[in-house]
Design a protein around this ligand. Structure first.
Ligand code: AMP
Length: 366
């Protein structure tokens, strides 16, 4: 019996376990959340803090390998576990992705283009950075920012003071605003054996910093663009001796790609792979960390993924659309909260467009 320990009890942990049970795997979790967690139906959860050594011990007992489903796992906790168990992705990948300044510097060292960026710790440094980078620009907290939290768009001079007011006290980074044609992401899985598999580029639509919709494979993608994205992902996974699934979010400008951020875990822009790819990102993550052969990443037709945010749709209405697949995460509705997603998968473009048009009004836009 192989037991995977997952740090984090959210929907990504839930979908990892759902992908692993058919392979005969067992799961246990650690997450301090007091109420119910999306993983609770899928295995034992240690309701302890990641920084509590006793809770970590209890979690690790009986686990053969440890992974995580969110990137803000304390690095010290991952290192403590790595002293006695395989922990994948390697804790170094957590370090590289938890701090936007480190992350962008790492991309730059790998020769991967980024927006211009500068560290900002004081109001004087902010003014100097704006002088150098220019407006529009985006001011972000270096740590703990996700889903659009902890960032402010500076379009003009009058936006500077309120943004500083809201974010000061945190270590910050100022980035040049990228007038992108579209946002895409590349997902790659690398196994303990060094085998790498890449998914086709995904086209992503964000609003208020939250992913709303993905289309896969990203339409009108030249093979050269796919190859470019794969070469960037290859540099990252090789440099980190990475194991598991990695996502890199990119801005496309013409035929170039500019890296925004990476996630050392399964990713929301890969949820389409559950029905839409020969092997899902969740299964390939598990195969990678167990050193099993990776599965085909081939897409199965035209695929859309619609996030369910804030309000639940009517289940029967969604399921009445042929080729629509509903995933609910067992979370109570709350504004801006990811509650589930719907995947639509069709063989031909015409049916896909028709059914997507029918599906869209059923998924509330919060
Ligand atoms: P992030 O939390 O850094 O992924 O940012 C969330 C979203 O904000 C991105 O997916 C983009 O839509 C937008 N965004 C962030 N940084 C920039 C930037 N430098 N230029 C343009 N848009 C950005």
């Amino acid at each position: 019996m192989t037991t995977i320990g997952i740090m984090g009890g959210g929907q990504l942990g839930r979908m990892l376990a759902l992908a692993g049970y058919p392979l005969g795997l067992h799961f246990r979790f650690i997450d301090p959340v007091a109420g119910e967690a999306p993983v609770d139906a899928l295995g034992e959860r240690v309701r302890g803090d990641y920084t509590d050594p006793a809770a970590l011990e209890q979690f690790a007992a009986g686990a053969d390998v440890v992974t995580y489903e969110f990137e803000n796992v304390p690095v010290a906790a991952a290192q403590q576990l790595a002293a006695r168990l395989p922990v994948y992705p390697p804790p170094a990948a957590l370090e590289a992705s938890q701090d936007r300044l480190r992350e962008k510097s790492f991309f730059r060292e790998q020769g991967i283009p980024t927006p211009p960026f500068l560290a900002v710790n004081t109001r004087e440094e902010l003014d100097a950075a704006i002088k150098e980078i220019g407006l529009p620009a985006v001011l972000k907290t270096r740590r703990m920012g996700y889903d659009g939290k902890g960032q402010a768009l500076l379009r003009a001079q009058e936006d500077i003071a309120p943004a500083w007011e809201a974010l000061q006290g945190n270590d910050l980074i100022l980035e040049g605003f990228v007038a992108f044609d579209r946002e895409v992401s590349i997902l790659a899985a690398r196994s303990t054996t060094g085998e790498i598999a890449y998914y086709p580029l995904v086209q992503n639509k964000h609003r208020d910093g939250i992913l709303r919709r993905s289309i896969a494979p990203a339409p009108d993608t030249a093979p050269e663009l796919q190859a470019l994205a794969q070469s960037y992902a290859a540099r990252v996974v090789e440099a980190l001796n990475y194991v598991g699934l990695l996502a890199i979010e990119l801005f496309q400008v013409g035929e170039t790609l500019i890296a925004n951020e990476m996630a050392p875990r399964v990713h929301n822009s890969g949820h389409w792979t559950i029905e839409g790819a020969e092997t899902s990102q969740f299964e390939n993550h598990l195969r990678a960390i167990l050193g099993l052969p990776l599965g085909s990443t081939a897409p199965r037709g035209h695929i859309a993924m619609l996030n369910i945010i804030g309000t639940l749709p009517e289940t029967p209405a969604v399921l009445a659309i042929p080729n629509a697949h509903l995933h609910l995460y067992d979370k109570a509705p709350r504004p801006a909260r990811k509650l589930g997603h719907v995947t639509l998968r069709c063989d031909d473009a015409e049916t896909f467009e028709e059914r997507l048009a029918a599906l869209k009004p059923l998924v509330p836009r919060d």
